[in-house]
Design a protein around this ligand. Structure first.
Ligand SMILES: [Zn+2]
Length: 251
């Protein structure tokens, strides 16, 4: 059973703002609620700085709940960041060293760093939630076949619904992407009115629901969300798409 979980982020079906219900996949390192990470020795120094900025942000909002800490001697379970073929992570704590790929070609952005570590903590993509059809309409004909699995719903037996559906979650796919949209047409449209499509899948920070999902999954005390600031993005997003959408997929 566990072996099924080892595959890459999107291949998998076990998760929940939407995360894994299987408690064995939750992080504890030597009995303590925390996540440990290391860098592959070949991971470039410059990219590390961006990854570390994402980790710093993580610890600002989740450091009291599920801190991300450098691997210490004796830490059996840890996440090893490497320069793989794309952006991907396993879902939840797999046991031992688990790979998290942040390719220097397209994945070294703060938002992508946060996104992949949220997978490692146990979250799946928002558009795979069992209840997603209440919020988005799929346009399967606009998605290339090899990417369709990224949009299949997961079972509510495996996935906990820790928050309401958040189309702006950092775990939601963008509505179209050159890698998987046919003729740049949208893979889905929102059933929620007045959605800003430019914001979907292009975040570089947690949303409130992203943080809440982890806190609920890991049974951490509630904390006010004032500290979580997305405002610094809004100017950038005003009219122009100056950031790449997160592209996290199976390899
Ligand atoms: Zn992802």
């Amino acid at each position: 059973m566990l072996a099924r979980i080892l595959l890459v982020c999107v291949l998998i079906g076990f998760a929940a703002a939407q995360g894994v219900l299987n408690e064995n996949l939750r992080w504890r390192v030597n009995g303590v609620r925390r996540m440990a990470y290391s860098f592959d020795p070949n991971y470039p120094q410059q990219a590390r700085q961006t990854v570390l900025r994402g980790i710093e942000r993580w610890n600002q909002v989740l450091g009291d709940c599920l801190p991300l800490q450098p691997r210490r001697a004796g830490d059996r379970d840890y996440i090893n960041v490497f320069n793989g073929g794309g952006c991907f992570s396993m879902i939840g704590r797999v046991g031992g060293g688990q790979a998290l790929s942040l390719s220097v070609n397209g994945c070294v952005y703060r938002g992508t760093v946060i996104h992949e570590f949220l997978h490692a903590a146990g979250l799946i993509h928002t558009q795979k939630r069992p209840d997603r059809d209440n919020y988005i309409t799929m346009h399967w004909g606009n998605i290339v076949d090899s990417w369709k699995s990224q949009f299949t719903k997961e079972s509510s037996r495996d996935i906990g619904k820790y928050t309401d559906y958040d189309i702006y979650s950092i775990m939601h796919y963008t509505y179209r992407h050159p890698s998987w949209s046919i003729n740049n047409r949208p893979g889905f449209t929102s059933k929620i009115p007045n959605v800003d499509y430019r914001r979907i899948g292009t975040g570089d920070d947690f949303t409130q629901s992203d943080v809440l999902a982890i806190r609920r999954m890991y049974k951490c005390p509630a904390r006010k969300f004032n500290a979580i600031v997305n405002n610094n993005n809004s100017n950038n997003r005003n009219g122009t798409m100056d950031r790449k959408p997160i592209l996290c997929s199976n390899v």
